[in-house]
Ligand binder design. Structure first.
Ligand code: ACO
Length: 437
């Protein structure tokens, strides 16, 4: 236990006074000196619960996966700074780190990579289930359904009825990480009435995904390194982000004893919305609209300040500083576009919006900075991904994070997650027969 950082905290307890009575609450301190009041005994002691709409001030768990300091713009996976990982690691190695807590040695990494690549083909029933969905199903809906079908195809890794099955976690996790790109590509190729090449064990994770998405049906053709590296970086930067909406959803589902397939499918649904993972799609739509309207960005900034719209890809519940992932992606964006020989008219609009917003009082006072979605969409578009798949790409990157949190719950979670509420509805009333209403 670290020494207490704040001198006024004399021991591990705080006192809260409500009316005449004072209650003792335990204090929990994190390894980075984060402090929390443990209110788990408050209701029993006082009949009060705490109220925190949107959970902005509520710690839902103790976790050792990811540390964020939103004021300083710090993001670390298992203690490693995101910029350090982005420079030296790759997505699969980082996935291992996120899920198992340590960087793998060569044998561990080879083992893990082999396991992942062994699973990359989908069982035929899962392919059929994906193809049976209406073509108008959003790729995120396809991914969530595909994951449920995947669990059905591997009942041995899906043992809800016995509670958490940690023994099959390694297999289930490799299977999920491996097949989320296959589910996504199957749907994409199906929508074009095309067949896709089978994943090849000699390809890297991202090469296989890009080949399944865009490669020749017979698997011929090379995937440029610059393209697979750019995608790998995007996945790595998305691998985890502590207790965000989708991860909290995953943990919530897992807390009821559900298997990893069901928990990750739920997280996919939670990620879908435009205020969360859907923002990367919304950014491209916003930039295209600005471009098509002939605005140089200034009219859009004004309407965002008036609350008529939001500057998508800006602002974050936790970061009150530049999102460190956006910083990395901003320079990666230039490199990727140059390597691909693509010029993007919306990139200059994005840069201008950023420049204007960062010196505008409205954004400065509210501490609104670019988040990870501001530049990722531009790279994904340049790589050739259709806009409606952007959030799926986020989900592919986030899969190891969700699995790491599932594992944490399976290992340490003692209680089903079940928040309370303040009821504000009608008081007791008598039923009125339908003819009297
Ligand atoms: N554009 C304009 N104004 C904004 C923006 C924005 N992008 N974001 C926040 N604000 C303003 C709000 O209007 C509010 O102003 P007010 O105090 O005058 O009412 C103030 O900043 C605080 O905003 P909240 O919505 O309370 O902040 P919150 O922490 O709840 O929201 C969120 C965070 C949802 C990310 C928000 O900033 C937003 O909608 N951003 C755009 C969508 C986006 O990029 N989402 C991706 C997030 S990152 C991720 O999930 C991967």
């Amino acid at each position: 236990m670290p020494n207490f950082y704040y001198p006024f905290v004399m021991d591990n307890t705080a006192k809260i006074t409500i009316g005449e009575k004072t209650y003792d609450l335990n204090i929990i301190q994190g390894t980075e000196a984060e402090l929390a009041l443990d209110i788990s005994s408050l209701r029993r002691q006082s009949k009060f619960i705490t109220f925190d709409d949107g959970y902005g001030n509520t710690g839902s768990c103790e976790s050792s996966v990811t540390f964020i300091d939103g004021d300083k713009g710090i993001l670390r996976y298992r203690g490693y700074d995101i910029a350090n990982l982005a420079e030296n690691s790759n997505f699969l190695e980082t996935s291992y780190l996120v899920m198992y807590g340590e960087l793998p040695n060569s044998a561990e990494l080879e083992n893990f990579s082999d396991r992942v690549s062994n699973y990359s083909k989908l069982p035929i029933e899962v392919t059929q289930a994906i193809k049976a969905l209406p073509l108008s199903t959003h790729p995120m809906g396809v991914l969530a359904s595909g994951l449920q079908a995947l669990g059905g195809a591997y009942p041995q890794f899906c043992t809800n009825n016995r509670g958490h099955d940690l023994e099959s976690f390694d297999e289930a996790a490799a299977l999920i990480i491996s097949t989320v790109p296959t589910i996504a590509s199957t749907r994409y190729r199906n929508s074009l009435s095309e067949n896709m090449p089978s994943p090849s064990p000699s390809n890297t994770y991202c090469e296989n995904f890009l080949s399944m998405m865009f490669g020749n049906e017979d698997g011929s053709g090379e995937i440029p390194k610059s393209v697979s590296n750019a995608l790998d970086l995007i996945f790595l930067l998305h691998a985890d982000h502590e207790q965000n909406c989708s991860t909290s959803t995953c943990r919530m589902i897992a807390s009821g004893g559900a298997n990893p397939f069901a928990s990750v499918a739920g997280a996919v649904s939670a990620l879908w919305g435009p205020l969360h993972g859907g923002a990367n799609m919304a950014v491209i739509k916003m930039l295209n609209d600005i471009h098509d309207s002939g605005d140089d960005g200034s009219r859009f900034i004004e309407s965002a300040k008036q609350g008529k719209t939001r500057l998508m890809g800006f602002g974050h519940r936790v970061y009150r500083n530049y999102d460190p992932r956006a910083k990395i992606l901003k320079s990666a964006c230039d490199e990727a576009l140059e390597a691909l020989g693509v010029s993007s008219p919306i990139l200059s609009i994005a840069r201008r919006l950023e420049e204007e917003a960062l010196k505008d009082d409205y954004f400065v006072e509210r501490k609104l900075y670019p988040n990870v979605d501001f530049y990722s969409g531009i790279i994904l578009q340049a790589l050739g991904f259709p806009t409606d798949m952007f959030t799926v790409l986020f989900a592919i990157g986030r899969a190891p994070g969700w699995l790491a949190h599932w594992k944490e719950i399976a290992e340490n979670g003692k209680k089903i997650h079940r928040p309370r509420q303040i009821y504000q509805g009608s008081q007791l009333r008598s039923f009125i027969p339908i003819l009297d209403r």
